[in-house]
Design a protein around this ligand. Structure first.
Ligand SMILES: *[C@@H]1O[C@H](CO)[C@@H](O)[C@H](O)[C@H]1NC(C)=O
Length: 651
């Protein structure tokens, strides 16, 4: 009461400056100003945080330089627009005479430049704050002007980015072809209406799997079809490399799904990027990425696939720098530093991994006319050929530094499988001219037939595993591919009937592993122990993750024998997949094939699109699609052309 109307205004201090106590009506306004000051400060800080790289120890100068390449234009633009008219001709300020091109000076220049910009922004902020204290109504204008500048800069940057993107898009859209591929790359429409309907069903499955990935995993390696989110299996490391796109692109092409193929092709042309810091499996990168890209190059002749395949292969080359030439398993894409898995017998390399590079590297050398890739894989083969092999066995582990075998483990399944497969297919891909590969295949397989091929009391033939002197009576789902391999190798062997028969027996055994489950799908591994035959025993071997190998065996047996049962089995598998694996947004693996209603694992593996669906499509097609004498499928079902007889085998 006393204060009201007395005219005595108590003093208040702001920043050490005495200011008169404002009237009550002004208090709200003050709050407003404080809010504005705070907002201005936040905006400037955010801008500084976004556009100014940390020049201290964390970032390498290379990265700093890269960041500045993008941000420099913005700083200069901002400086020119400075409303206070301060002399901000950064070009002049930063000139260092004749040493301007010295990298150190360039770095200094950039540091200085950033300091100037920071100082300038700070100055502007201080001025703004001062002005606001005097004239609060101007604060809005200041913020407005800052906001406007920001908008202009962001808009310009966006326009530039968009322009650049459009240019790249246009560039990548141009399809330059080396050749038109081989006629057998597409077609094979069945004349039988029932078979045609089945093939159409497989195509529909491919679309379902693909669209789920496009919607929920696009650009990531894989996706989860139930929880509907991106996913990356550990084989891909930490990167987002679009594994499903690269693995699926040739299947899309073969199935004549043109819109989907185009989308995949454009992503590979514009967005596939291996310039990242991630640890990758040399083997997986080769069979899925390099294999997928080279295959699509062979099928379409589109140069972009060859270009990308070469870029990726070049990234893997440092892994081969070992005393023996046997490559290491994992490589860091950025540094090139390589290592082996800790679990692999004292830091050994793995037989199937070092033995499954040959087809892709050989073909890459042919189409790039650069022998470096072929030289790398020939060195591996020569080393393995000449090394002493106790008992004639190739063990699954070999040390890349000493060249000595690791723990003795021989298998046609995991860790061994595609080493044998590639020896045979090297011979096939060379149009049977590479007789060294064939001889190595025959020698390696002779020991396998002699020591690992077992017939169970119930009459089922299978390949057992050999571990430190004794047999383990287990066959992996992975090992079921061998039915096709053995039969495919019949031609050129000493007894065709014998090997086709073995192939048939193995295909039959693997089928038994499917029909002895509750789901009609087979387990990860099955065993022969006592009365148990062709069934998984351990809980951790009962899952099915959309794998192709059993079907792969049936596919080759269908092509080689034309027995209807193989198509029938494949159709049964389609039913089982639809019943147990189909999810709302794609296909999922299951955790236990022996349960009537198995739980789904919520992962759609990229090989489901590369292999499983491709083999299903092929088994319901005529043989004129990818004829066996013109194409060889790599171990991820990516077709590569046979040299000499397939026009796609040349550049
Ligand atoms: C070829 O193999 C079949 C089946 O194993 C056998 O019956 C036949 O005697 C063999 N032929 C020759 C010439 O060895």
């Amino acid at each position: 009461m006393a204060a009201k109307g007395t005219g005595i205004l108590p003093l208040r201090y702001v920043n050490g400056v005495p200011v008169p106590q404002a009237r009550r009506t002004l208090r709200l306004r003050e709050k407003y100003i404080i809010l504005l000051v705070f907002m201005t400060f936040t905006t400037v800080c955010t801008c500084a945080f976004l556009f100014l790289p940390n020049l201290q120890d964390k970032v390498s100068m290379d990265e700093v330089r890269k960041q500045f390449q993008g941000a420099e234009g913005m700083f200069l633009l901002q400086a020119r627009l400075g409303p206070d008219g301060a002399p901000l001709d950064t070009g002049k300020l930063l000139r260092h005479g004749d040493e301007a091109n010295d990298p150190h000076n360039v770095d200094d220049k950039k540091k200085l430049q950033s300091k100037i910009v920071t100082a300038w922004e700070q100055d502007k902020l201080d001025k703004g704050i001062q002005e606001m204290h005097v004239k609060p109504e101007d604060a809005g204008k200041l913020i407005e002007s800052i906001q406007m500048e920001k908008d202009i800069i962001l808009r310009k940057k966006k326009e530039e980015d968009e322009k650049k993107r459009q240019q790249e898009l246009e560039e990548a859209k141009k399809v330059n072809k080396d050749h038109e591929g081989h006629p057998g790359a597409r077609g094979g429409e069945p004349t039988d209406l029932d078979v045609r309907a089945k093939r159409d069903k497989v195509r529909e499955m491919m679309l379902h799997a693909w669209h789920g990935y496009v919607q929920y995993g696009w650009g990531a390696n894989e996706h989860r079809p139930i929880s509907k989110q991106a996913h990356s299996g550990s084989v891909f490391g930490a990167g987002s490399l679009g594994a499903t796109i690269v693995d699926a692109v040739d299947t899309l092409y073969i199935m004549e799904l043109d819109d989907e193929y185009q989308k995949a092709r454009d992503w590979i042309a514009q967005s596939l990027n291996f310039e990242i810091s991630a640890d990758l499996s040399v083997f997986e990168t080769n069979i899925r990425f390099i294999g997928g890209l080279l295959s699509t190059y062979a099928l379409t002749g589109d140069q972009i696939f060859k270009k990308r395949a070469k870029e990726i292969a070049d990234k893997l080359l440092p892994a081969f720098n070992t005393p023996t030439g046997l490559p290491l398993a994992i490589i860091n894409l950025k540094t090139g530093s390589s290592r082996n898995y800790g679990w692999a017998s004292g830091g050994s390399s793995i037989l199937s991994e070092i033995g499954s590079l040959h087809l892709e590297f050989d073909y890459l050398s042919a189409v790039t006319e650069n022998s470096i890739y072929r030289d790398k894989v020939m060195k591996i083969r020569t080393f393995l050929k000449e090394i002493d092999k106790p008992g004639g066995f190739y063990s699954n582990y070999i040390h890349p530094k000493t060249g000595k075998w690791g723990q003795q483990h021989v298998s046609i399944g995991a860790l061994g499988d595609s080493f044998y497969e590639y020896l045979l297919k090297e011979w096939l891909m060379s149009n049977k001219e590479d007789t060294e590969a064939r001889q190595m295949y025959d020698q390696a397989m002779q020991v396998v037939y002699d020591k690992l091929l077992v017939k169970s009391p119930g009459g089922l033939s299978y390949f057992a595993e050999y571990k430190s002197g004794r047999l383990e009576h287990k066959m992996d789902h992975l090992a079921c591919f061998s039915a096709g391999m053995v039969a495919l190798g019949a031609e050129g062997s000493d007894n065709q009937t014998k090997y086709v028969n073995i192939g048939e027996d193995l295909a039959h055994t693997c089928h038994e592993s499917y029909i002895r489950s509750a789901t009609g799908l087979g387990p990860e591994s099955f065993r022969f122990e006592g009365i148990t035959e062709a069934k998984a025993i351990r809980q951790n071997e009962k899952y099915y993750i959309l794998r192709p190998e059993v079907l792969e065996g049936w596919y080759y047996m269908w092509r080689l024998t034309k027995k209807q049962q193989y198509r029938d089995w494949a159709w049964d598998m389609v039913q089982a997949l639809e019943k147990h694996c189909r999810a709302e947004a794609g296909y999922s693996g299951i955790r236990d094939v022996y349960q009537e209603k198995p739980q789904q694992d919520d992962v759609q593996q990229s090989f489901f699109l590369a292999e499983t669906l491709k083999y299903l499509y092929l088994i319901f097609s005529e043989d004129s699609l990818l004829p066996l004498d013109k194409w060889v499928l790599n171990t991820e079902a990516h077709p590569l052309p046979v040299r000499g007889v397939n026009p796609a085998s040349m550049k």
